[in-house]
Design a protein around this ligand. Structure first.
Ligand SMILES: [Zn+2]
Length: 271
């Protein structure tokens, strides 16, 4: 049976399934055992949060974090979720009653809608093994909760949206650098003036909860911002760029926290 991304015809959000077998028959989540369905090359189609992983966390609609036990590298199923993040494809999230969370159904498995993978990083889990964590956020459903009686499949268009929230702090730091990237020095000239992005070294979102303070903010070009957020570039304690002879450009009044640089290296480097 071929894989399918997005909504499944006649299987609206909120549908409860009695077993993994009925989930599979419905095409909602095809494998009977694996928690993540979908090839690493294309991204994950669906995930089941059903307990069994010591470090699973579930924060309800805002985010669902699935993780697995054992020292992990980004391969196979994990990689599928990382690829879903990169290409912005929607992932069906199914919660099982075996998963200890206030959001889990009392019995069986419930389809809880389409989510997007917003972040992935590594951590040391409770057992001491390295685990990869993923933060998934629920898609806002522009079409309402169900298909409104229309029998057509409502395809969710997948888009990648990187919301760059500029705070007063961020604007100040970009001015310090005259909108030049601290890694490559590029300054983008737009019709509305120069353009740069502010990157938080330790991310703002839960569970990282990095601060919006100058010691946690870099001024980067869009390419280096993406590389920084996606684990493609790292800064050492001495402000050299990992794997290069380059150093981060830093103006005299900009103190950058070594702790936050370490946090970024430890959580986003795929070793
Ligand atoms: Zn750059």
């Amino acid at each position: 049976m071929a894989g399918k991304y997005g909504e499944i015809l006649d299987q609206p959000e909120g549908t409860v399934y009695g077993s993994r077998a009925s989930l599979s028959e419905a095409g909602m989540h095809r494998p009977l055992m694996a928690g993540i369905c979908g090839p690493a090359s294309l991204g994950a189609e669906s995930i089941v949060l059903s307990g069994g992983y010591e470090d699973d966390q579930d924060y309800g609609d805002d985010s669902a974090t699935g993780s697995q036990i054992g020292d992990q590298t980004l391969t196979r199923q994990n990689m599928a979720l990382a690829v879903s993040r990169s290409n912005g494809s929607p992932v069906r999230v199914i919660r099982g009653s075996g998963h200890v969370s206030p959001y889990s159904p009392n019995t069986g498995f419930r389809y809880d809608g389409l989510f997007s993978v917003e972040d992935c990083w590594q951590e040391t889990g409770r057992s001491g093994h390295v685990i990869w964590r993923f933060r998934l956020a629920k898609h806002s459903n522009a079409h309402g909760p169900t298909s409104l009686g229309n029998s057509h499949t409502r395809r969710m268009t997948s888009t990648v949206s990187r919301i760059i929230r500029d705070t007063e702090q961020a604007r100040t730091i970009k001015k310090w650098y005259d909108y030049r990237c601290q890694i490559c020095g590029v300054r983008i000239e737009g019709a509305a003036g120069p353009y740069a992005e502010s990157a938080h070294i330790k991310p703002l979102g839960s569970p990282h909860c990095g601060p919006d303070t100058p010691d946690n903010i870099l001024c980067l070009c869009p390419n280096h911002h993406v590389m920084f957020d996606y684990g493609g570039v790292f800064v050492n304690d001495d402000l050299s760029i990992v794997g290069t002879r380059q150093r981060l450009t830093v103006v005299p009044n900009h103190f950058i926290s070594i702790d936050y640089l370490r946090y970024h290296r430890h959580h986003y480097m795929n070793r």
